[in-house]
Design a protein around this ligand. Structure first.
Ligand SMILES: *Cc1c(COP(=O)(O)O)cnc(C)c1O
Length: 467
């Protein structure tokens, strides 16, 4: 399998080459040149596989064709096991009403669905680096979830260092503890005296210095990495087998969305032949994507216009993976032209061309929730089903409730409720949390470097720490 750019202007690459890079040379994102098709027979075979990692091997081997099968098997077995995930099945399933199911994707070490992909990357990166005899210094900025998941996936791994910038004193006690309690030598937590945007700007400044970037092998684990999409395709298959009783059944899937990575994996799985009828995209007050699916206008926002919400992992200004969807429906030439329009006029309007006429065939619905909607949904589900859901999942359940018609609806649970217990306590005062697990993590010793918001200081730090 070769990988091409969504904007058509880069040479085709192998999977391993794509794993370590960010954007393509033309500014586009890597995509497989074709989408593997799964026959009915194969789907039957896959349903009968017993472990998650067996299924992962089958899916991954269609995309990572330059990794020998025995190697790939070790990588998925080392990623998807009960040491890393709390349950044998790796993902979990529970009912929250007639025909409504919650698919738990947050059984990993940081209690959020990012672990599903990041644990795979934690195996894949050292493998590819070894093969290429390279090292990688991951420098990133986080407001909580992604950074934490990356740290837990990369800690102790050979050929990799992680320098993670986070806003000093601006994360929840639990998020802070989860990140700063990692003591491994290859993990460097930097608490920047500023906000998340300042952290991001510092990382950008560093990456703009090409000479510095090359000298220190700087890289990222951002959400546009195709290996992350691949890892997420796997749980759509597994989730389907767990929630649909036979391969003749169709399901709808609801996805709490930010950067469009999770739902895009669902779009890929459906294109491969998985019997999903509708994909329902849910946003919070940061509704760029809901706006697009309702009006045809895609208009990224400025980071200063991002609302800080009670579902913080979905607080985005633009949806980086959205370009991949446009590429699938429009091809690379149109994608290139549309992103040029974003550069020149700040948005594009799909109703101006022919593509919008196919809107109904996309089978993608969308909606948004407010803080009040999420709180009420958490209360309602607790009352009706005695189940707690986190604010991101509540966003999905709320939006999904407008599309119930008897078909099984599967809402993806992107974080465990305990991770956001402060918000949940607002909704359900006497929520039966076992805070022992949280308190245990919060009590661990923490390791971090507090740093002023100054690019020169960050540079000095990297020069002395990573040399
Ligand atoms: C990252 C994240 C999301 C959004 O997922 P995307 O792939 O960016 O659309 C939703 N919920 C939680 C808890 C997350 O961490």
């Amino acid at each position: 399998m070769k990988y091409v750019s969504t904007r058509g202007g880069d040479t085709p690459k192998s999977f391993c080459e794509v794993v370590l890079e960010g954007l393509c040379r033309d500014g586009g994102l890597s995509m497989p040149e074709s989408i593997p098709q799964i026959s009915k027979e194969t789907l039957t075979k896959w349903r009968n596989l017993t472990s998650y990692s067996e299924l992962a091997l089958e899916v991954a081997s269609l995309y990572a064709t330059d990794i020998p099968r025995e190697d790939l098997q070790k990588l998925v077995e080392n990623a998807y096991n009960t040491q890393n995930f709390g349950v044998e099945s790796i993902i979990s399933e529970r009912s929250i009403g007639e025909n409504i199911k919650v698919l738990g994707l947050s059984e990993g070490p940081t209690f959020a669905f990012k672990d599903m992909a990041m644990q795979f990357l934690g195996q894949l990166f050292p493998y590819v680096l070894e093969k290429m005899d390279r090292t990688l210094n991951i420098v990133g900025a986080t407001s909580g979830d992604t950074g934490s998941s990356a740290i837990h996936a990369m800690k102790g791994k050979p050929r990799i260092n992680v320098v993670m910038l986070s806003p000093h004193n601006r994360m929840s006690a639990f998020q802070t503890a989860q990140m700063y309690s990692v003591q491994d030598k290859n993990i460097y937590n930097i608490a920047v005296e500023g906000v998340f945007d300042d952290c991001q700007d510092l990382v950008k400044a560093l990456n703009n210095d090409i000479a510095f970037k090359e000298k220190f092998n700087l890289g990222a684990v951002n959400s546009i990495n195709f290996a992350r999409i691949l890892a997420q395709i796997i749980y759509y298959f597994k989730g389907y087998f767990m929630t649909a009783t036979s391969n003749d059944e169709v399901i709808d899937v609801v996805i709490p969305s930010g950067n469009f990575g999770n739902i895009f994996a669902g779009i890929m799985a459906r294109q491969m032949g998985l019997p999903i009828r509708k994909l329902i995209l849910a946003t919070n007050e940061n509704n760029v994507l809901d706006e697009f699916f309702k009006t045809g206008v895609y208009k990224p926002r400025a980071s200063k216009d991002v609302h800080l919400t009670s579902s913080p992992s979905m607080d985005i200004a633009k949806a980086s993976n959205f370009e991949r969807f446009i590429y699938l429906i429009a091809g690379s030439e149109a994608t290139k032209a549309l992103w040029e329009q974003i550069d020149t006029q700040g948005y594009f309007d799909l109703t101006k061309g022919e593509l919008w006429a196919d809107r109904a065939e996309w089978n993608i619905e969308s909606g948004e929730s407010s803080h009040q909607n999420r709180i009420e949904t958490i209360q309602r589900i607790y009352k009706e089903s005695n189940e707690l859901i986190d604010p991101h999942t509540a966003d999905g359940v709320f939006v999904g409730s407008h599309y119930l018609d008897g078909t099984t609806q599967v809402c993806l649970e992107t974080a465990k409720p305990i991770k956001f217990y402060e918000t949940i306590k607002q909704a359900v005062n006497d929520a039966p949390f076992d805070l022992a697990e949280v308190e245990k993590i919060e009590a661990l010793p923490q390791k971090k470097e507090v740093m002023a918001n100054d690019a020169a200081l960050l540079r000095q730090f990297i020069e002395s720490a990573l040399n």
